[in-house]
Design a binder for this molecule. Structure first.
Ligand code: SF4
Length: 102
């Protein structure tokens, strides 16, 4: 029974536009400091997300998984957003942003 529930919760992944491309296209876009390493890969990743039939499910999942996490603990492009965009959308305090700019 538990296995059936887990399968249902992740079934949307079967329809993901990025299926099989996760590391190459989504996690390797940024360097270790979160800067864009490959602008072409970033635009490609965002294009996949724009055309993904499960972007809403993806956003719900990544929002739940990353809620409250600092920027440095967010990786890759998800739901059409960079780590920084997801961090801002999460309502991170401005003081966190100011500390990054120091
Ligand atoms: S929205 Fe983007 S990251 Fe999320 S499953 Fe679709 S293609 Fe992958």
């Amino acid at each position: 029974m538990t296995g059936e529930r887990a399968d249902t919760r992740t079934l949307w992944l079967e329809s993901a536009a990025c299926r099989g491309l996760t590391f190459w296209l989504y996690e390797n876009v940024f360097d270790d400091e979160g800067n864009v390493r490959d602008g072409v890969a970033l635009r490609s990743a965002l294009c996949y997300c724009d055309n993904c039939p499960v972007i809403d499910e993806c956003e719900d999942t990544v929002t739940e998984q990353e809620r409250g996490k600092p920027l440095e603990d967010r990786f890759g492009v998800c739901a059409g957003m960079t780590p920084h965009e997801r961090w801002v959308a999460d309502g991170s305090p401005v003081s966190d942003l100011e500390s990054l700019e120091d």
